[in-house]
Each structure stands twice: as C-alpha cells, then as structure tokens.
Design a protein around this ligand. Structure first.
Ligand code: GDG
Length: 475
C-alpha cells in the first residue's frame, strides 16, 4: 500500500454506506462540516482518512473515494456500545460539558476505549509516509496522539478538540485523568475552540504533571530523557460560509422560505431552534422561556411561532431517551394550552433535513435561538449568520457557546436566567430593522473572513511550524 503524506484520523469516515446500488459502490459523502473543511486539503495533499465506516462489524478493505484514500476501522457491536456510546458519549461528553448530565465512569468502557484508540493509531501508523503528518479529530480519540508518537516518532501530529475542555475541578473527577492528558500531549499541536478551553487544558497539565507551560507551549518529557513541545492553543472552527451564501441566493430556496412562512400561517415572527437533540443545547430552557411568554400574554400564538428542529441523535444512550421524552411532553403541553385551529405555538420536528431545507428555514426565521448550556462552538449560529445576506434577522446566542467569543453583535444570553432570556426574546422580536442590519453586518464580516478554510489553514500552518522547529532541534 502506498503511504500518504497527510492522514486524518476521525471516529467516522467522511462517507456513509447507502447500501448496494446507491452511489459509487454504495458509498456517498456524508454532509458533515469536517468533511467540507478538509476537502481542499485532502485533494491537495493526496491524503488518506482513517475512520469507522458507521455500521457494526462492517469490515471493508481500504478504498479510494473522490480522490481520497479511505481506511476503514471495523468496530464490533460490543465496541460501539462501550467505546462509542459508553466512554465517548456517556463519560467524556457529559464530563466535558460541565456535567450537565451525570457522567458514568465504567472501567469496562475505559478498557474498550483504550483498545479501540490503539486500533485507530495502528491504522494511521500504517497509512502515513515517513516524516508525514497526522491530524487526529476529537474526543473519541484522545489517546491516539501518544500512541502514534510511540509507534512513529518521525511524524508530526495534530489533534483538534471539537468540544469544550472543562475546568480542573470537574476534569479531576475522571478516574483516568492522567492517562487522557498524556494521550493528548503526544501531539505537537493541540487545538481547542476557545481560549478558555486551551487555558483549562494547560492548567490541568500543570496540576497533574507540573510540566512547564509558557504561552501555550508545554514541555513534555519523553521516557528516553528527551522532550517535545506541545502547543495548546485556540483555533475556533468555522463553516463553509460561501456554500451558505450561494444556497441563500437560489430562487428555489427563497421560494421555499416563503412557502415555509405561509405554511405556518404567516406569523409576524418566526423563532427558530436547530439542534441535535442533545441535553447540552438548552432546548428545555428555550421552551420554558417561550411557554412563559405565551402564558404571560407577552406574545400571542397568532403572532409568533417557534419552530424547533431537533435532529435525532444518540438514541441508544439513556440520557438522550429521557431528554426526548421530557422535550416532547413539554412541547405537547405548551401546544395543548395555547394552540388555536389556525396556529400552533411550537412546530416541533424530530427529523433531519437536507441542507437546502435548512437554509430555507434560516431565511424564513426572524429570530434564531441558540441557547446551549455548553457548546464547543455551535456551527448553527454561524450558518444562520452566513445565510442572512439580506442583513435581516436576529441571533440570540448563549454566552456558553464558543461562537459567543466571535459573534459580539449577537444578543448574548445566559440560558439559565429564564427572565432575562424572555426579555431578550422580546427584544429580538421587536428589534428595528436598522439595528438588525448593523448587528448582522458585523457578524457576517467575521464569519466570512474566518471561514472553515481559514480554520484548517491556520491549524495546518501551526503544524508546519512545529515540524520546522523539530527539524531545527534535531539538527
Ligand atoms: C460538535 C460540537 C462544534 C443539524 N441538524 C441538521 C443538520 N444539522 C447540522 C447543523 C450543523 C451541525 O449539524 C451541528 O453542528 P453544531 O456545531 O451545531 O453542533 P454538534 O453537532 O454538537 O457539533 C460543536 C462542532 O462539533 C464542530 O466543531 O461546533 O460545539 O458539539 O452544521 O447545520 N444539517 C442538516 N439537517 C439537519 O436536520 N442538513
């Protein structure tokens, strides 16, 4: 097998198996943001991508897809349960999102996590050429950087963490807290969404290892008396802004936006929430605030509709089953109390939609509600902003989402403060057009200038610098 200069390692491959007959050999590109972000890099560099093909026990040989070499890592049903649903999504996810839900610490899950991380590391080590670069993605694979460094000291290794990194007081709960940090410190560059995440990480390293850290540069001693520098720094991720701008220009998408408004009975204001159905997204807080506004008579069901898209997610993890029940009970109660024959208070959709439909929804919405209790970045906020080339619409944005660091002209909220959230929703509904336009312009400038291409370019250039520094030191 020829080896690639550049290899991405992520939990999932960038393709879905659509079954025989559909697409090129049954595979089709999955719509994720990471895929779009890395597409240009993969094409330029003749890269390879290591990841799970998305189905239990699916064992397929490496294959080429759209100019990229894809290297599937097979997972058994038992491994998916313990490594993915268990340790990744029921231990790390809640812990790193400030224990909004209680993390479960199970030793058999940890054992599976180590085993599966090793398999990903081995697959990457086989795939990458001498002196090449590997970019590891996200919290499912925190041990891979160190494993790879041990197998292949010649490599330059990057890691990007898509979710928050918690304060030490919470992180220290993790029974395997030293091993996870050691895993991450195997990388030359460790990227985070926010400056605060990189700070929390560096503080945890100081507390647990007492390594020297200076301006994000951490000196990590190796077993053989040598040391390497790991750079822990914020690289806020973004979106392919151009794609959203182009879609928003299409007459059929604009027509669809009008159709959506009409379908809702042409209310004066449409409020919109778009989230994976996840307890980190603050969907309940949003529903509570809206329900109370109706109850108080501050909004009327004929005038204002809340559209909530909650796309199905992690449906085999207990906390998500419970959350869905709670949300659906709340929606039904609010609608039961307030609906009329002609108007619904909340239009709730537990479905996924094509991107065109999402853009039409963004265009139809007067107010976008992003009320996450904790969120690495929140791409939906940026997508809404990119879509609104008409400079209309208001973004209500939680200060606990990474996007809040960049989108200073959004209406910021603390979603736990229901009274202020209610006032902010009213402020958004009533905002004069001139003010909408001023705020939207400044947010759009930011998102367009710092799009996802700029994100990957800046991460890769930090990796290049790390490589050069390493070469200089060995010389
Ligand atoms: C993690 C971090 C960080 C959602 N429903 C549909 C749909 N989506 C798309 C959105 C957006 C993406 O999924 C969700 O991204 P978010 O950033 O909002 O949230 P997570 O899924 O939690 O992502 C997060 C991100 O990684 C990147 O680093 O920002 O903080 O938690 O693009 O539009 N897309 C379509 N149909 C749907 O029904 N087509």
């Amino acid at each position: 097998m020829t080896q690639a200069e550049f290899v991405v390692v992520a939990n999932r491959l960038p393709v879905d198996n659509a079954g025989p007959g559909e697409g090129e050999d049954g595979w089709r590109r999955s719509p994720g943001g990471l895929v779009t972000a890395l597409e240009p890099v993969m094409k330029q560099t003749d890269g390879a991508w290591v990841g799970w093909p998305g189905q239990a026990d699916l064992d397929v040989e490496p294959f080429d897809f759209d100019g990229t070499r894809l290297i599937p890592v097979a997972l058994s049903a038992d491994e998916i349960e313990k490594y993915y649903e268990g340790f990744s999504n029921d231990t790390i996810w809640p812990l790193y999102h400030d224990v909004i839900a209680a993390p479960r610490y199970r030793r058999v899950w940890w054992d599976a996590y180590v085993r599966v991380n090793r398999r990903f590391a081995e697959a990457a080590a086989d795939a990458v050429a001498e002196g090449g670069t590997v970019w590891v993605q996200d919290y499912q694979l925190q041990l891979v950087p160190k494993m790879l460094r041990e197998m292949r000291p010649d490599l330059t290794i990057g890691y990007f963490h898509h979710i928050p990194f918690p304060a030490y007081g919470l992180y220290s709960q993790l029974p395997w807290r030293r091993l996870v940090l050691e895993g991450l410190l195997g990388a030359d560059v460790i990227g985070f969404q926010r400056v605060a995440d990189a700070g929390n990480f560096a503080r945890a390293v100081r507390r647990l290892f007492r390594y020297e850290t200076r301006a994000g540069r951490i000196t990590v001693p190796g077993d053989d008396g040598t040391a390497h520098i790991a750079l822990a720094k914020a690289f806020p991720i973004s979106i392919a802004a151009e794609t959203y701008i182009e879609l928003a220009k299409k007459p059929e998408v604009q027509a669809r936006a009008r159709e959506i408004r009409e379908g809702l009975g042409n209310p004066k204001a449409i409020l919109l929430g778009v989230d994976r159905l996840d307890y980190t997204k603050g969907i309940r807080h949003r529903l509570k605030a809206f329900g109370e506004l109706l109850e108080d008579g501050r909004v009327a069901v004929d005038d204002v509709t809340l559209v909530q898209v909650a796309s199905p997610s992690r449906e085999r993890v207990e906390a998500y089953v419970q959350l869905r029940d709670e949300i659906e009970l709340t929606v039904a109660r609010i609608n039961g109390d307030h609906d009329t024959f002609g108007h619904s208070a909340i239009r709730y959709l537990h479905q996924g939609y094509p991107r065109e439909e999402m853009v039409a929804l963004f265009l139809a919405a007067d107010v976008m509600l992003v009320t996450a209790l904790r969120d690495g970045m929140n791409l939906v906020a940026k997508e809404y902003v990119a879509t609104r080339a008409d400079n209309r619409g208001v973004l209500v944005l939680s200060e606990f989402a990474g996007a809040a660091d960049e989108l200073g002209s959004a209406l910021k909220v603390n979603p736990h403060d229901i009274d202020t959230l209610k006032d902010t929703i009213i402020q958004a509904i009533e905002m004069p057009e001139a003010e909408q336009s001023r705020r939207m312009r400044s947010m759009r400038k930011r998102v367009i200038e710092h799009d996802v291409k700029a994100w990957s370019a800046s991460f890769l250039s930090a990796l290049d610098e790390a490589r050069t520094a390493k070469e200089n030191r060995t010389r």
